[in-house]
Design a protein around this ligand. Structure first.
Ligand code: NIG
Ligand code: FE
Length: 409
């Protein structure tokens, strides 16, 4: 009847339900090939289901969720920036460090030196750590190359990671991240090059599914971002915006105007920006690691987002500068603790809403017909995914119906 059947589990489906989790106690999930074939209460299973199924997984009462989706990472980079964290402890802020040639540009120097193979190989342990924490889909941004060849090299490294590990890699071309130092007097021609060379090359080679920009006072203006994202859309790519992280620059409103998949960070987004996101169906991605590590005090406007009905996702923003955060469940706990999300908002933020932030309708929920991307947890209730700080709780993951890893007892 089925290839696999998971029983003796409570299933948090992430389907809309009054409890916010879509929880089925004493549930069961059947898998055929790469897809979920059946989900429901075990008592509703057909009588001969167990006899006719290839492999039965007895889940020992553990909690089953969709495989988690980390929808915003900068997983590929050379070096690290722990010294900058120390500088910030001494009172030097992120923008000042960047203005002194540190920040993103220092990672660019180290990233440009490496081959795609070397970049992929140093990123593998980071990807494995995310997977050990229940993640089956990882978005990976470029943005530390800042010239056409180096940006394409980063995307190539992302592709290699997807070949080497059993995880879905979603490559995003972060086309405007910082102005490279060799072009500091040359803004316009840099952006022209991004539009004329980089975007078409990435699209043509199938190296990116979406294009992102850093719309911020210390990075790129609204108009520069609009130009690049409009060109990206014309090439059929999705668009995303690092928006309103340090100041209210109208980045979220721009994301909404362009029908972006997501607006990310959004600490300083105004009420009109929030309403625009709601209207366009753009996901708001919360990045609590950057908020924590930069010592920010302005929280994203959670009450307004909730009220307006903006889907909120949570991601690690894993990067060497503002968010060296290598656990999506820890990101969930941080988002809950710092921003006051409910347990259900935390759970949907790394499942259904995170999938939506990548434009995926085939994952992020446990539903017949969707990909069998699943995570099994040593917890009694899915709210614990956004509760523990640093305790590894993931027992096993399945990606496209294949069990990837058995991690803990
Ligand atoms: O999402 N905000 C811009 N980009 C990254 C930080 C990158 C870095 O500092 O290296 C972020 O926080
Ligand atoms: Fe980021």
């Amino acid at each position: 009847m089925w290839d696999q059947l998971l029983i003796d589990t409570q299933v948090a489906t992430a389907e809309s339900a009054a409890d916010g989790f879509g929880l089925i106690e004493h549930g069961a999930v059947a898998i055929n090939g790469e897809h979920i074939a059946w989900v429901g209460p075990a008592r509703d299973l057909p009588p001969d289901a167990q006899r006719l199924t290839g492999t039965i997984h007895h889940c020992g009462g553990r909690t089953l969720t969709p495989g988690l989706v980390d929808c915003h990472t900068h997983l590929v980079f050379g070096g690290e920036r722990s010294l900058e964290f120390d500088l910030r402890a001494q009172g030097v802020d992120y923008a000042t460090i960047a203005a002194r040639g540190g920040g993103i540009r220092s990672t660019v120097r180290l990233t440009r030196e490496l081959t795609p193979e070397a970049l992929a190989s140093i990123a593998l342990p980071r990807a494995r750590a995310l997977m050990a924490d229940g993640v089956t889909t990882i978005e990976v941004k470029s943005g530390y190359g800042l010239d056409t060849a180096s940006e394409l090299k980063m995307l190539e490294a992302a592709r290699l990671i997807g070949e080497q590990l059993d995880v879905s890699i979603e490559p995003t071309l972060l086309a405007l991240h910082a102005l490279p130092s060799e072009r500091s007097n040359d803004r316009k021609s840099y952006i022209d090059e991004v539009i004329q060379e980089l975007l078409p090359a990435a699209a043509e080679r199938g190296l990116a599914r979406a294009v992102d920009v850093f719309c911020e006072s210390i990075a790129f203006t609204l108009e520069e971002c609009r130009r690049v994202l409009t060109a990206a859309k014309a090439l059929g790519l999705g668009v995303k915006v690092h928006a309103d992280q340090l100041t209210n620059g109208g980045g979220a409103a721009l994301a909404a105007e362009l029908g972006a998949l997501s607006a990310d960070h959004i600490e300083y987004t105004s009420e009109s920006g929030v309403n625009a996101l709601a209207k366009s169906g753009t996901v708001g991605v919360l990045l609590p690691g950057a908020f924590l590590m930069l010592g920010e005090t302005q929280r994203p406007p959670i009450a307004a987002l909730r009220e307006a009905g903006v889907a909120m996702a949570i991601a690690t923003d894993l990067n060497p500068g503002s968010s060296p955060l290598n656990s999506l469940t820890l990101a969930t706990t941080l988002a809950r603790a710092q921003f006051g999300l409910t347990a259900a908002e935390g759970f949907l933020g790394v499942t259904a809403h995170a999938a939506a932030a990548l434009g995926h309708t085939d994952r992020g929920r446990i539903r017949a017909g969707m990909r069998a991307d699943l995570a099994l947890w040593n917890v009694a209730h899915p709210r614990e995914l956004g509760y523990w700080l640093g305790k590894p709780n993931c027992h096993a993951i399945w990606r496209g119906g294949r069990q990837v890893a058995h991690l803990t007892a």
